[in-house]
Design a protein around this ligand. Sequence first.
Ligand code: FES
Length: 86
Amino acid sequence: VFEVKIASTGQVIKIPGDRSVTAALEEAGVKVPTSCEQGACGTCKVKVLAGEVDHRDKRLKPAEKEEGWFLACVSRAKGDQLVLDL
Ligand code: FES
């Protein structure tokens, strides 16, 4: 379990181990567009402002990861919290 914080509203949402970030956000009323839900298409790309990402996608280039992007349908956090630019 880890948390994501929505930078624009301050809302904090728990992400259980059996839920993707996009699924847990949607349940909390925060819609992130998705398509493949497998880390391949890039539709769900979100910028991470703080926290360490556990990248699990097959799409992002190293430079994009360095810029803070992550694919919210598959990737997770290494630590306790990610702050998302939403
Ligand atoms: Fe396709 Fe996340 S929805 S990469």
